[in-house]
Design a protein around this ligand. Structure first.
Ligand code: NAD
Length: 378
């Protein structure tokens, strides 16, 4: 029976993966660091334009901390399409080493060549960075202040239905089987990341989302382990929901503002975060972060917009999304008051600047000037 051999091989591989996770780095306690190094990566296309503005804003917002040596903004050179092609490496070794010398990253968008570009077939830098830095949590905030909604989703990014997504087996023409995997190490690390965030941001409520009544082994384990981690955070109110009712809760105006931090296995996280982003105004409006035990990378949700560069309108790129990513970075390292100030200044600038994305509107520099003057007022 060929499929039994295939199953044995899959299990053996998963056991090796688990052992690797067990020896991975523990969660960083930023409070204990003398200095936090923030790597700033320009990226491609409009990346250097919006990152220049983000750097200016952060230099103003963190002036005192930078002067005191508590924070360093360190520019990481060389994660450009030209350099990646020249070295024929997705993330050149020297760039990766420089990235690994930082604690957290603010990353500009990087271009992944498509077949039509007639360029060497370089892999996505993000896929490589997620793997190299073991960024296991996909974190997406969704906020609608006027409706009192302040949600953040911690989606497990490496297991569940996805880890063996292309390894299912057609037993015969009548039966096909896929696999779903939950591990202790994989679950505990996503749970801990979510609870650490909730703690660093004023002990927000945490909700665990599963289908543990049906998927008793995998989701059952996920749920039990999340509650085990919850015991380490006695000041945080924790509850759990099945994913079907949670999908309904998000559109239930009576109760949805009670939720803050969500922990979800991979597939449910994929679906529920798109629903939440749509409630906010569309999948393009939510920021995104990839977080690991040791490293975390914060990004604009959009790409490098190469056409804006060739059309000569790159200076009109909107830096809002990268500034939202910077806000998430500040929350991650426990700089909650700074994150709140940045959020307020970006919201104000969004309502007072006209970011049309072309010469009929304001530039990225105009937008950042507005953010900086608002920060100076505060
Ligand atoms: P894109 O998001 O780069 O751009 C699509 C369009 O959205 C642009 O032409 C522009 O009109 C608009 N736009 C995007 N960002 C904007 C901004 N800040 N201000 C104003 N308008 C903006 O999507 P794409 O064209 O599909 O991708 C271009 C490249 O980016 C591809 O190589 C892709 O692989 C890469 N990409 C990288 C990341 C990342 O690094 N995280 C994410 C997505 C796409």
């Amino acid at each position: 029976m060929e499929y039994m051999k295939s199953f044995e091989k899959i299990i053996a591989e998963q056991l090796v993966r688990v052992e690797k996770m067990k020896t991975a780095d523990e969660f960083v306690d930023f409070e204990k660091l003398d200095k936090i190094v923030v790597g700033v990566i320009d990226g491609d296309g409009i990346g250097p334009i919006i990152l220049t503005e983000a750097r200016r804003v952060l230099n103003e917002l963190l002036k005192a901390e930078i002067e005191a040596g508590k924070i360093e903004l360190r520019t990481i050179e060389g994660l450009t399409l030209e350099n990646r092609i020249a070295k024929n490496e997705t993330v050149p070794a020297d760039v990766l080493a420089a990235i690994k010398s930082c604690h957290v990253l603010l990353k500009g968008p990087t271009t992944t060549p498509s077949k039509a570009d007639n360029l060497p077939n370089i892999e996505s830098a993000n896929v490589t960075l997620r793997r190299e830095l073991d960024l296991f949590a996909n974190v997406r905030p969704v906020s609608i202040p006027e409706k009192n909604l302040d949600w953040i989703f911690y989606r497990e990014n490496t297991e569940g239905e996805y880890v063996l997504g292309s390894r299912g087996v057609d037993i015969n023409e009548d039966i096909s089987v896929d696999f779903k995997v939950t591990t202790t190490a994989g679950t505990k690390r996503i749970a801990r990341a979510a609870f650490e965030y909730a703690k660093a941001n004023g002990n927000k409520n945490v909700s665990i989302v599963t289908k543990a009544n049906i998927m008793k082994k995998t989701d059952g384990k996920f749920l039990d382990l999340c509650y085990q981690v919850a015991k380490e955070y006695p000041d945080i109110k924790t509850d759990d929901w099945y994913v079907d009712i949670m999908a309904a809760n998000l559109v239930n105006e009576q109760i949805r503002s009670n939720f803050n931090v969500f922990i979800l296995p991979n597939l449910y996280g994929d679906i529920i975060t798109d629903e939440a982003a749509q409630i906010q105004g569309g999948v393009g409006t939510a920021g995104s972060a990839n977080v690991g035990g040791k490293y975390a990378m914060f990004e604009a949700i959009h790409g490098s917009a190469p056409r804006m560069v060739t059309d000569g309108i790159a200076p009109y790129a909107n830096p809002s999304s990268i500034l939202k990513a910077a806000e998430m970075l500040l929350r991650h390292i426990g700089f909650v008051a700074k994150a709140d100030s940045l959020s307020a200044a970006v919201d104000f600038s969004q309502s007072s600047k006209n970011m049309t994305g072309d010469a009929s509107g304001d530039t990225a520099t105009d937008f950042a000037d507005c953010v900086i003057s608002k920060l100076k007022e505060a």
